[in-house]
Design a protein around this ligand. Structure first.
Ligand SMILES: NC(=O)c1ccc[n+]([C@@H]2O[C@H](COP(=O)([O-])OP(=O)(O)OC[C@H]3O[C@@H](n4cnc5c(N)ncnc54)[C@H](O)[C@@H]3O)[C@@H](O)[C@H]2O)c1
Ligand SMILES: [Zn+2]
Ligand SMILES: [Zn+2]
Length: 354
Protein backbone atom coordinates (compact mmCIF):
# COMPACT_ATOMS: atom_id res chain seq x y z
CA UNK A 1 0.00 0.00 0.00
CA UNK A 2 1.12 3.51 -0.77
CA UNK A 3 2.00 5.65 2.18
CA UNK A 4 -1.08 7.81 2.77
CA UNK A 5 -0.29 11.17 4.29
CA UNK A 6 -2.81 13.58 5.66
CA UNK A 7 -4.03 17.06 4.89
CA UNK A 8 -6.83 19.27 6.16
CA UNK A 9 -10.08 19.86 4.30
CA UNK A 10 -13.66 21.03 4.83
CA UNK A 11 -15.72 17.84 4.93
CA UNK A 12 -19.51 17.67 4.53
CA UNK A 13 -21.25 15.40 7.05
CA UNK A 14 -24.91 15.79 6.07
CA UNK A 15 -27.25 18.82 6.21
CA UNK A 16 -25.95 21.52 8.53
CA UNK A 17 -22.81 19.51 9.36
CA UNK A 18 -19.28 20.32 8.20
CA UNK A 19 -15.81 20.15 9.75
CA UNK A 20 -12.27 21.32 8.91
CA UNK A 21 -10.53 18.02 9.61
CA UNK A 22 -7.77 15.58 8.64
CA UNK A 23 -8.31 13.56 5.46
CA UNK A 24 -5.97 11.46 3.26
CA UNK A 25 -3.75 13.54 0.95
CA UNK A 26 -5.03 14.31 -2.55
CA UNK A 27 -3.09 12.02 -4.94
CA UNK A 28 -2.86 11.21 -8.66
CA UNK A 29 -5.29 8.42 -9.59
CA UNK A 30 -5.46 8.68 -13.38
CA UNK A 31 -2.63 9.59 -15.77
CA UNK A 32 -4.65 12.68 -16.83
CA UNK A 33 -4.78 14.05 -13.22
CA UNK A 34 -2.72 16.69 -11.50
CA UNK A 35 -2.67 17.60 -7.80
CA UNK A 36 -2.96 21.29 -6.98
CA UNK A 37 -1.96 22.85 -3.65
CA UNK A 38 -4.77 25.31 -2.93
CA UNK A 39 -3.42 28.85 -2.41
CA UNK A 40 -6.81 30.64 -2.60
CA UNK A 41 -10.39 29.41 -2.47
CA UNK A 42 -13.82 30.92 -1.83
CA UNK A 43 -17.39 29.95 -0.97
CA UNK A 44 -20.29 29.91 -3.44
CA UNK A 45 -24.03 30.23 -2.76
CA UNK A 46 -24.22 26.67 -4.05
CA UNK A 47 -22.11 25.48 -1.08
CA UNK A 48 -24.78 26.96 1.19
CA UNK A 49 -27.47 25.11 -0.80
CA UNK A 50 -25.49 21.88 -0.24
CA UNK A 51 -25.28 22.53 3.51
CA UNK A 52 -29.05 23.05 3.56
CA UNK A 53 -29.35 19.54 2.08
CA UNK A 54 -30.65 20.81 -1.29
CA UNK A 55 -28.14 18.82 -3.38
CA UNK A 56 -28.60 15.13 -2.46
CA UNK A 57 -25.80 14.01 -4.82
CA UNK A 58 -23.38 15.43 -2.24
CA UNK A 59 -22.94 12.73 0.39
CA UNK A 60 -21.35 12.40 3.85
CA UNK A 61 -17.55 12.60 3.65
CA UNK A 62 -17.35 14.81 0.53
CA UNK A 63 -14.82 17.69 0.59
CA UNK A 64 -16.70 20.88 -0.39
CA UNK A 65 -15.74 23.71 -2.78
CA UNK A 66 -15.50 24.18 -6.56
CA UNK A 67 -13.29 27.26 -6.96
CA UNK A 68 -9.51 27.50 -6.47
CA UNK A 69 -6.26 29.09 -7.51
CA UNK A 70 -3.20 27.07 -6.62
CA UNK A 71 0.14 25.53 -7.48
CA UNK A 72 0.63 22.21 -9.28
CA UNK A 73 2.47 19.76 -6.97
CA UNK A 74 2.13 16.45 -8.88
CA UNK A 75 1.47 15.60 -12.53
CA UNK A 76 0.05 12.41 -14.06
CA UNK A 77 2.02 10.64 -16.83
CA UNK A 78 -0.36 11.73 -19.61
CA UNK A 79 -0.43 15.45 -18.69
CA UNK A 80 1.44 17.57 -21.23
CA UNK A 81 0.34 21.15 -20.60
CA UNK A 82 1.18 21.63 -16.91
CA UNK A 83 4.24 21.06 -14.73
CA UNK A 84 5.01 21.09 -11.03
CA UNK A 85 5.19 24.69 -9.84
CA UNK A 86 2.67 26.14 -12.33
CA UNK A 87 0.16 28.64 -10.92
CA UNK A 88 -3.28 27.54 -12.12
CA UNK A 89 -6.97 28.40 -11.96
CA UNK A 90 -9.19 25.43 -11.07
CA UNK A 91 -12.62 26.27 -12.53
CA UNK A 92 -16.01 25.04 -11.35
CA UNK A 93 -16.39 22.98 -14.55
CA UNK A 94 -14.12 20.04 -15.41
CA UNK A 95 -14.00 18.90 -19.05
CA UNK A 96 -12.58 15.94 -20.95
CA UNK A 97 -12.41 17.96 -24.20
CA UNK A 98 -13.50 15.01 -26.35
CA UNK A 99 -17.09 13.98 -25.55
CA UNK A 100 -19.97 15.20 -27.66
CA UNK A 101 -20.83 18.07 -25.30
CA UNK A 102 -17.21 19.21 -24.90
CA UNK A 103 -16.92 19.29 -28.70
CA UNK A 104 -20.06 21.46 -28.86
CA UNK A 105 -18.41 23.91 -26.41
CA UNK A 106 -20.84 22.76 -23.73
CA UNK A 107 -18.53 21.24 -21.11
CA UNK A 108 -21.20 21.97 -18.49
CA UNK A 109 -22.54 18.62 -19.73
CA UNK A 110 -19.22 16.80 -20.15
CA UNK A 111 -20.21 13.12 -20.14
CA UNK A 112 -16.81 11.70 -19.28
CA UNK A 113 -16.17 13.21 -15.87
CA UNK A 114 -19.45 12.11 -14.26
CA UNK A 115 -22.30 13.05 -16.60
CA UNK A 116 -22.11 16.76 -15.68
CA UNK A 117 -19.20 19.24 -15.79
CA UNK A 118 -19.62 20.39 -12.18
CA UNK A 119 -17.93 17.63 -10.17
CA UNK A 120 -15.74 19.37 -7.52
CA UNK A 121 -17.39 19.43 -4.11
CA UNK A 122 -20.30 17.61 -5.75
CA UNK A 123 -19.35 14.21 -7.22
CA UNK A 124 -15.65 14.22 -6.25
CA UNK A 125 -13.67 15.94 -3.49
CA UNK A 126 -13.43 19.70 -3.86
CA UNK A 127 -11.25 22.74 -3.41
CA UNK A 128 -11.86 23.87 0.20
CA UNK A 129 -8.81 21.83 1.16
CA UNK A 130 -5.03 22.08 1.38
CA UNK A 131 -4.80 20.15 -1.91
CA UNK A 132 -7.16 18.91 -4.61
CA UNK A 133 -6.96 16.20 -7.30
CA UNK A 134 -7.91 17.68 -10.69
CA UNK A 135 -9.08 15.19 -13.37
CA UNK A 136 -8.52 15.98 -17.08
CA UNK A 137 -6.03 18.65 -16.09
CA UNK A 138 -4.85 19.48 -19.63
CA UNK A 139 -8.34 20.43 -20.81
CA UNK A 140 -9.70 21.81 -17.52
CA UNK A 141 -7.02 23.98 -15.89
CA UNK A 142 -5.97 27.50 -16.92
CA UNK A 143 -2.51 28.98 -16.41
CA UNK A 144 -2.81 32.28 -14.53
CA UNK A 145 -0.94 35.17 -16.23
CA UNK A 146 1.84 36.68 -14.11
CA UNK A 147 0.05 40.03 -13.76
CA UNK A 148 -3.21 38.50 -12.51
CA UNK A 149 -3.26 38.00 -8.73
CA UNK A 150 -4.79 35.01 -6.93
CA UNK A 151 -7.36 37.40 -5.39
CA UNK A 152 -8.48 38.34 -8.91
CA UNK A 153 -8.27 34.91 -10.55
CA UNK A 154 -10.36 33.16 -7.88
CA UNK A 155 -13.53 34.95 -9.06
CA UNK A 156 -13.02 33.61 -12.59
CA UNK A 157 -13.57 30.05 -11.32
CA UNK A 158 -17.37 30.50 -11.18
CA UNK A 159 -19.15 33.82 -10.52
CA UNK A 160 -17.63 35.95 -13.33
CA UNK A 161 -18.08 33.38 -16.12
CA UNK A 162 -21.60 32.63 -14.82
CA UNK A 163 -22.74 36.27 -14.94
CA UNK A 164 -21.07 36.72 -18.32
CA UNK A 165 -22.08 33.48 -20.09
CA UNK A 166 -25.50 32.69 -18.62
CA UNK A 167 -26.48 36.38 -18.27
CA UNK A 168 -24.78 38.71 -20.77
CA UNK A 169 -23.95 36.29 -23.62
CA UNK A 170 -27.16 34.23 -23.36
CA UNK A 171 -29.14 37.48 -23.15
CA UNK A 172 -27.36 38.75 -26.29
CA UNK A 173 -26.58 42.20 -24.89
CA UNK A 174 -25.73 44.58 -27.76
CA UNK A 175 -24.34 48.15 -27.90
CA UNK A 176 -26.90 50.67 -26.71
CA UNK A 177 -29.07 48.07 -24.93
CA UNK A 178 -30.87 48.71 -21.69
CA UNK A 179 -30.27 45.84 -19.30
CA UNK A 180 -31.95 45.01 -15.97
CA UNK A 181 -30.26 42.68 -13.49
CA UNK A 182 -32.49 41.26 -10.74
CA UNK A 183 -30.21 40.24 -7.84
CA UNK A 184 -26.89 41.97 -7.16
CA UNK A 185 -24.98 39.14 -5.50
CA UNK A 186 -21.60 38.05 -6.87
CA UNK A 187 -23.27 36.58 -9.96
CA UNK A 188 -25.56 39.54 -10.68
CA UNK A 189 -22.68 41.96 -10.10
CA UNK A 190 -20.58 39.89 -12.52
CA UNK A 191 -23.31 40.33 -15.12
CA UNK A 192 -23.37 44.08 -14.41
CA UNK A 193 -19.57 44.30 -14.71
CA UNK A 194 -19.42 42.42 -18.03
CA UNK A 195 -22.56 43.99 -19.53
CA UNK A 196 -20.53 47.19 -19.79
CA UNK A 197 -18.07 45.40 -22.09
CA UNK A 198 -20.88 45.05 -24.67
CA UNK A 199 -21.71 48.74 -24.61
CA UNK A 200 -25.02 48.68 -22.76
CA UNK A 201 -26.29 52.24 -22.47
CA UNK A 202 -28.17 51.65 -19.26
CA UNK A 203 -27.73 48.96 -16.60
CA UNK A 204 -30.43 48.82 -13.91
CA UNK A 205 -29.59 46.84 -10.76
CA UNK A 206 -32.49 45.53 -8.66
CA UNK A 207 -32.03 44.11 -5.16
CA UNK A 208 -33.57 44.21 -1.69
CA UNK A 209 -30.14 44.85 -0.09
CA UNK A 210 -28.96 48.49 -0.11
CA UNK A 211 -25.29 47.56 0.36
CA UNK A 212 -25.48 45.40 -2.76
CA UNK A 213 -27.14 48.26 -4.70
CA UNK A 214 -24.29 50.60 -3.70
CA UNK A 215 -21.86 47.92 -4.87
CA UNK A 216 -23.80 47.66 -8.14
CA UNK A 217 -23.06 51.32 -8.95
CA UNK A 218 -19.40 50.65 -8.23
CA UNK A 219 -19.59 47.71 -10.70
CA UNK A 220 -21.11 49.84 -13.47
CA UNK A 221 -24.87 50.03 -12.86
CA UNK A 222 -26.26 53.35 -14.10
CA UNK A 223 -29.47 53.03 -12.04
CA UNK A 224 -30.56 51.09 -8.97
CA UNK A 225 -34.06 50.05 -7.91
CA UNK A 226 -34.89 48.70 -4.47
CA UNK A 227 -36.97 45.56 -5.05
CA UNK A 228 -40.55 45.86 -3.84
CA UNK A 229 -44.11 46.30 -5.00
CA UNK A 230 -43.17 49.03 -7.49
CA UNK A 231 -40.18 47.37 -9.12
CA UNK A 232 -41.80 46.89 -12.54
CA UNK A 233 -43.30 50.40 -12.57
CA UNK A 234 -39.96 51.95 -11.53
CA UNK A 235 -38.04 50.11 -14.26
CA UNK A 236 -40.66 50.89 -16.91
CA UNK A 237 -40.43 54.57 -15.93
CA UNK A 238 -36.64 54.42 -16.43
CA UNK A 239 -37.14 53.02 -19.94
CA UNK A 240 -39.82 55.46 -21.13
CA UNK A 241 -42.52 52.84 -20.58
CA UNK A 242 -40.98 50.40 -23.07
CA UNK A 243 -39.17 47.86 -20.88
CA UNK A 244 -35.59 46.65 -21.09
CA UNK A 245 -33.89 44.89 -24.00
CA UNK A 246 -32.36 42.23 -21.75
CA UNK A 247 -33.62 41.21 -18.30
CA UNK A 248 -31.23 39.05 -16.28
CA UNK A 249 -32.39 36.99 -13.28
CA UNK A 250 -29.64 36.27 -10.73
CA UNK A 251 -31.48 35.19 -7.57
CA UNK A 252 -33.29 31.88 -8.20
CA UNK A 253 -36.81 32.39 -6.78
CA UNK A 254 -40.16 32.19 -8.65
CA UNK A 255 -40.98 35.81 -7.77
CA UNK A 256 -37.65 37.14 -9.04
CA UNK A 257 -38.00 35.31 -12.36
CA UNK A 258 -41.52 36.77 -12.65
CA UNK A 259 -40.06 40.21 -11.91
CA UNK A 260 -37.38 39.73 -14.56
CA UNK A 261 -40.03 38.59 -17.06
CA UNK A 262 -42.22 41.64 -16.30
CA UNK A 263 -39.42 44.08 -17.20
CA UNK A 264 -38.60 42.99 -20.76
CA UNK A 265 -39.80 44.78 -23.91
CA UNK A 266 -41.44 42.90 -26.82
CA UNK A 267 -38.71 41.04 -28.69
CA UNK A 268 -36.31 41.20 -25.76
CA UNK A 269 -34.56 38.41 -23.85
CA UNK A 270 -35.02 37.14 -20.30
CA UNK A 271 -31.78 35.43 -19.24
CA UNK A 272 -32.30 33.26 -16.18
CA UNK A 273 -29.12 32.52 -14.20
CA UNK A 274 -30.70 31.57 -10.86
CA UNK A 275 -30.70 27.99 -9.63
CA UNK A 276 -34.38 27.15 -9.05
CA UNK A 277 -35.55 24.60 -6.51
CA UNK A 278 -39.31 24.71 -7.23
CA UNK A 279 -41.54 25.05 -10.34
CA UNK A 280 -42.26 28.56 -11.60
CA UNK A 281 -45.61 29.46 -13.14
CA UNK A 282 -45.03 31.93 -16.00
CA UNK A 283 -47.85 34.09 -17.46
CA UNK A 284 -47.61 32.54 -20.93
CA UNK A 285 -51.02 34.02 -21.82
CA UNK A 286 -49.34 37.45 -21.73
CA UNK A 287 -45.86 36.43 -22.82
CA UNK A 288 -46.59 34.56 -26.06
CA UNK A 289 -47.57 37.69 -27.96
CA UNK A 290 -44.49 39.59 -26.74
CA UNK A 291 -41.99 37.65 -28.94
CA UNK A 292 -39.64 37.29 -25.96
CA UNK A 293 -36.88 34.72 -25.55
CA UNK A 294 -36.20 32.97 -22.25
CA UNK A 295 -32.75 31.44 -21.77
CA UNK A 296 -31.29 29.39 -18.89
CA UNK A 297 -28.42 27.05 -18.17
CA UNK A 298 -25.44 25.82 -16.23
CA UNK A 299 -22.26 27.81 -16.80
CA UNK A 300 -19.71 26.28 -19.21
CA UNK A 301 -16.77 28.46 -18.01
CA UNK A 302 -15.54 28.56 -21.63
CA UNK A 303 -15.20 32.37 -21.34
CA UNK A 304 -12.37 32.07 -18.80
CA UNK A 305 -9.53 32.74 -21.31
CA UNK A 306 -11.33 35.91 -22.49
CA UNK A 307 -12.04 37.05 -18.94
CA UNK A 308 -8.44 36.35 -17.86
CA UNK A 309 -7.19 38.63 -20.64
CA UNK A 310 -9.54 41.38 -19.58
CA UNK A 311 -8.55 41.08 -15.93
CA UNK A 312 -4.88 41.15 -16.96
CA UNK A 313 -5.41 44.33 -18.99
CA UNK A 314 -7.40 46.04 -16.25
CA UNK A 315 -10.76 46.06 -18.08
CA UNK A 316 -12.36 43.83 -15.41
CA UNK A 317 -11.52 44.74 -11.77
CA UNK A 318 -12.23 41.21 -10.50
CA UNK A 319 -10.61 41.92 -7.13
CA UNK A 320 -13.61 44.12 -6.22
CA UNK A 321 -15.61 40.95 -5.57
CA UNK A 322 -13.62 40.06 -2.44
CA UNK A 323 -14.87 41.89 0.68
CA UNK A 324 -13.50 39.65 3.47
CA UNK A 325 -10.35 37.52 3.92
CA UNK A 326 -9.91 34.44 6.08
CA UNK A 327 -7.36 31.66 6.63
CA UNK A 328 -8.10 27.93 6.32
CA UNK A 329 -8.23 27.74 10.13
CA UNK A 330 -11.05 30.34 10.06
CA UNK A 331 -13.18 28.32 7.61
CA UNK A 332 -16.22 28.26 9.95
CA UNK A 333 -16.07 32.04 10.39
CA UNK A 334 -15.77 32.48 6.61
CA UNK A 335 -18.96 30.42 6.13
CA UNK A 336 -20.78 32.39 8.86
CA UNK A 337 -19.91 35.74 7.28
CA UNK A 338 -20.82 34.54 3.77
CA UNK A 339 -24.09 32.94 4.94
CA UNK A 340 -25.08 36.22 6.65
CA UNK A 341 -23.82 38.43 3.84
CA UNK A 342 -26.36 41.24 4.28
CA UNK A 343 -25.56 41.99 7.92
CA UNK A 344 -21.81 41.65 7.29
CA UNK A 345 -21.74 43.83 4.13
CA UNK A 346 -20.15 40.81 2.47
CA UNK A 347 -19.92 39.84 -1.17
CA UNK A 348 -17.33 37.09 -1.69
CA UNK A 349 -14.82 35.81 0.87
CA UNK A 350 -11.17 35.08 0.01
CA UNK A 351 -9.72 32.09 1.89
CA UNK A 352 -5.96 31.36 1.98
CA UNK A 353 -3.77 28.87 3.88
CA UNK A 354 -2.39 31.42 6.38
N1 LIG B 1 -26.60 28.93 -13.75
C1 LIG B 1 -25.42 28.69 -13.19
O1 LIG B 1 -24.55 28.04 -13.76
C2 LIG B 1 -25.13 29.26 -11.85
C3 LIG B 1 -23.80 29.27 -11.36
C4 LIG B 1 -23.55 29.86 -10.11
C5 LIG B 1 -24.61 30.42 -9.38
N2 LIG B 1 -25.88 30.36 -9.89
C6 LIG B 1 -27.05 30.92 -9.17
O2 LIG B 1 -27.09 32.33 -9.37
C7 LIG B 1 -27.86 32.91 -8.33
C8 LIG B 1 -27.10 34.09 -7.74
O3 LIG B 1 -25.90 33.62 -7.11
P1 LIG B 1 -25.10 34.55 -6.09
O4 LIG B 1 -23.91 33.78 -5.65
O5 LIG B 1 -24.93 35.92 -6.65
O6 LIG B 1 -26.19 34.58 -4.91
P2 LIG B 1 -26.36 35.63 -3.72
O7 LIG B 1 -27.26 34.95 -2.74
O8 LIG B 1 -25.04 36.15 -3.27
O9 LIG B 1 -27.14 36.86 -4.42
C9 LIG B 1 -28.51 36.91 -4.60
C10 LIG B 1 -28.94 38.37 -4.46
O10 LIG B 1 -30.36 38.43 -4.66
C11 LIG B 1 -30.90 39.37 -3.76
N3 LIG B 1 -32.33 39.12 -3.59
C12 LIG B 1 -32.93 38.24 -2.75
N4 LIG B 1 -34.28 38.33 -2.89
C13 LIG B 1 -34.51 39.28 -3.82
C14 LIG B 1 -35.70 39.82 -4.39
N5 LIG B 1 -36.91 39.39 -4.03
N6 LIG B 1 -35.57 40.78 -5.34
C15 LIG B 1 -34.35 41.21 -5.72
N7 LIG B 1 -33.19 40.74 -5.21
C16 LIG B 1 -33.28 39.78 -4.26
C17 LIG B 1 -30.08 39.20 -2.50
O11 LIG B 1 -30.15 40.36 -1.68
C18 LIG B 1 -28.67 38.98 -3.08
O12 LIG B 1 -27.95 40.19 -3.22
C19 LIG B 1 -28.13 31.78 -7.32
O13 LIG B 1 -29.42 31.23 -7.58
C20 LIG B 1 -27.06 30.78 -7.66
O14 LIG B 1 -27.38 29.47 -7.23
C21 LIG B 1 -26.15 29.82 -11.09
ZN1 LIG C 1 -20.54 28.03 -7.57
ZN1 LIG D 1 -16.34 16.04 -22.11
Amino acid sequence: MANVGSMKALVYHGPGQKAWENVPDATIREPTDVVVKVDTTTICGTDLHILHGDVPAVTDGRILGHEAVGTVTAVGDAVKGFSVGDRVLVPAITKCGRCEYCQRSMPSHCQTVGGIGWIFGHLIDGTQAESVRVPYADTSLYAVPANVTNEQAIFLADSLPTGYEVGVLAGKVRPGDTVAVVGAGAVGLSAILTTGLWGASRVIAIDTNKFRLDKARDFGATDTVEAGDNTAADVLALTGGVGVDVSIEAVGYPETLLTAASLVRPGGTIANIGVHGVPVSLPMQDMWIQNVTLTMGLVDTVSIPTLLKMVASGRIPAEKMGTHSFTFAQMDEAYDVFANAAENSALKVVITPA
